[in-house]
Design a protein around this ligand. Structure first.
Ligand code: PGA
Ligand code: ZN
Length: 444
C-alpha cells in the first residue's frame, strides 16, 4: 500500500500570468504526483472559492501564498501516512479540514491541488497511466451503493476519447472585441476519431483566420483561450463566419462539423434582464438592448433555426431557473443545453436541475467544486439521469493535462479546452493524441 510521505505546495503562474497553486505529493515508495490548479475569469457565483492573498503589493492582490501555506502547514501534516489510492476518503478529509460549504477557509485552490496530486501519485504508485487510475475511481463511483457491475456496466464505463469542442471566436470576458457571447465553438461530430477531428479543427481555424483578415477583421491575435477576437457587428456574424470557414475547409456544416455557443449569459444579466451590446449595428455610444428571458430564448431559437448549432452553454443566467425551464422545454429536444455557471459542477445544483427539468448536459470543471471525488459524483449523477458531460478547462490554464485523462476515464462526450493555439491548450490536445495511441496499441 503506497503511503504519502511528503506534500509540498508552491506558487507558480498560469496562462494569464496569474499566480496559482502547484502541489507535489511524494510516496514512501518514491512515487510522485504533481498537479496545478486552473482559474476562471467568468466564474459563477455557486463555485467553490479560491483563496487569493489580496495583497496589492504582490501580483495586484492575486497571489496565492496563503493557499500554499494552508497546504504546507495544515493539510500536509493531516495527510501524512495516508494511502493516496483512497481518493474519496482523502477528499472527505480535505473537506473536513476546510470545514466550510464553499471551501473558502483553506481555499478550493489549495484543496484541489492536493486532491489531484494525490490521484497522480496513486497512478504513479500503481504504474498506471492517469486515465486508467481515474477510470478505476469512476467505476467505484458508479458501483457505490448500486447494483454489482455487469457486462453493460463494464462497456458503459470503459475509457473513451471525447470529441473536442473547440473555441474559434472569443467574446465576452475573454477577448477585447465587442461580442456579448463568450465563445463560438465547433465540434467535429462526423470525424471517425479524435485525431481526425483535431486535424479538421486546425484546418477550419486556419481558414477562419484568413477569412476574417480578408473581410477586414482581426484574424491573427487571440483571446485568453486562443480564439480569435474580431470586432464583429453581432453574434450572428460570428456564427456565419464559422459556417463559411467549415465550408472553406472542405467540410459539411452539420454533418461533419456543428457549432456550439457559450453564451455565458450570467455576465450580462442584471437580475431581471439581459443587456446585449452587439445586437445590430455597433454604436459604441448606444445603450445595450435589454431582453427578458423569453426574448433571449427567442433570439437563441432564431440562431438555432438559421445555423447548424447543436449545443448552447449558459443560454440563460445562473439564477434564472424559471427561464431555464422554458429554455429547456423549447430547445432541449433539439440541442444540448449545458449548464456551466448554472450547475457549477455541484451535485446539489445538478440534482435540482434534474428534478426540475432544467438543461440536459453538465459542464464539468474540477475547480468549481474543489475535489476530484465530488467531481466524479456530479458526473455520475448526471450520467445516471441521462445528462451529457463535457469536461472543461478554465480560461486561466497551465501545462497541467489532468482534464484530458479525466475526460477519457469518464467517457465524457466532449472536452472543451479552448482553441488550438497557446501551449497550455495544446498540452491537453496532445495528451489526448497520446492516449488515443495508447488505447489503440496497449492492452493494459
Ligand atoms: P472561465 O470560462 O474559465 O473564465 O469561467 C470558461 C467558460 O465559461 O466555460
Ligand atoms: Zn461557460
Amino acid at each position: 500500500m503506497p503511503t504519502i510521505s511528503r506534500i509540498h505546495a508552491r506558487e507558480v503562474l498560469d496562462s494569464r500570468g496569474d499566480p496559482t497553486v502547484e502541489v507535489e505529493i511524494h510516496c514512501s515508495s518514491g512515487a510522485m504526483g504533481r498537479a496545478i490548479v486552473p482559474a476562471g475569469a467568468s466564474t459563477g457565483r455557486a463555485e467553490a472559492r479560491e483563496l487569493r492573498d489580496g495583497d496589492p503589493a504582490r501580483y495586484d492582490g492575486r497571489g496565492v501564498l496563503a493557499a500554499v501555506a494552508n497546504v504546507n502547514d495544515q493539510i500536509a501534516p493531516a495527510l501524512l501516512g495516508f494511502d493516496p489510492c483512497r481518493q474519496s476518503e482523502l477528499d472527505q478529509r480535505l473537506c473536513q479540514l476546510d470545514g466550510t460549504p464553499d471551501k473558502s477557509r483553506l481555499g478550493a485552490n489549495a484543496l484541489l491541488g492536493v486532491s489531484l496530486a494525490a490521484a497522480h501519485a496513486a497512478a504513479a504508485a500503481g504504474g498506471l497511466p492517469l486515465f486508467r487510475h481515474l477510470n478505476d475511481l469512476w467505476r467505484q463511483a458508479g458501483t457505490t451503493g448500486g447494483a454489482p457491475a455487469d457486462a453493460t456496466f463494464d462497456k458503459d464505463m470503459a475509457p473513451r476519447l471525447p470529441m473536442p469542442m473547440t473555441n474559434m471566436i472569443s467574446g465576452g470576458l475573454h477577448a477585447g472585441g465587442n461580442l456579448d457571447f463568450q465563445d463560438f465553438l465547433i465540434m467535429p461530430v462526423g470525424a471517425v476519431s479524435y485525431s481526425v477531428g483535431l486535424e479538421w479543427i486546425v484546418r477550419i481555424h486556419r481558414r477562419l483566420g484568413r477569412l476574417l483578415t480578408e473581410a477586414g477583421f482581426e484574424g491573427r491575435l487571440v483571446g485568453d483561450e486562443g480564439g480569435y477576437g474580431p470586432r464583429l457587428p453581432d453574434n450572428r456574424q460570428a456564427a456565419a463566419f464559422l459556417v463559411t470557414a467549415i465550408e472553406a475547409a472542405g467540410l459539411r456544416p452539420l454533418d461533419d462539423v456543428t457549432i456550439a455557443l457559450d453564451v455565458a449569459s450570467s455576465h450580462f444579466f442584471d437580475g431581471s434582464h439581459y443587456r446585449l451590446r452587439a445586437e445590430g449595428p455597433v454604436r459604441p455610444d448606444s445603450d445595450p438592448v435589454r431582453l427578458d428571458s423569453d426574448q433571449l430564448i427567442d433570439r437563441l431559437q432564431a440562431l438555432v433555426d438559421e445555423f447548424p448549432i447543436t449545443l448552447i452553454e449558459d443560454g440563460l443566467a445562473e439564477d434564472d431557473w424559471d427561464g431555464w425551464r422554458r429554455l429547456t422545454s423549447r430547445l432541449g429536444g433539439r440541442v444540448r443545453l449545458v449548464g456551466d455557471d448554472l450547475l457549477a459542477t455541484n451535485p446539489d445544483r445538478v440534482r435540482r436541475a434534474i428534478e426540475s427539468g432544467v438543461a440536459n448536459s453538465v459542464l464539468v470543471k474540477l475547480n468549481q467544486i474543489g475535489t476530484l471525488s465530488e467531481t466524479l459524483q456530479t458526473m455520475r449523477l448526471a450520467r445516471t439521469a441521462g445528462y451529457g458531460c463535457i469536461v472543461s478547462a478554465r480560461s486561466g490554464e497551465t501545462e497541467d493535462v489532468t482534464i484530458a485523462d479525466l475526460a477519457v476515464a469518464t467517457a465524457a462526450e466532449f472536452i472543451k479546452i479552448g482553441s488550438i493555439q497557446r501551449s497550455e491548450r495544446l498540452a491537453k490536445y496532445n495528451r489526448l493524441l497520446a492516449i488515443e495511441e495508447h488505447l489503440a496499441t496497449c492492452a493494459d
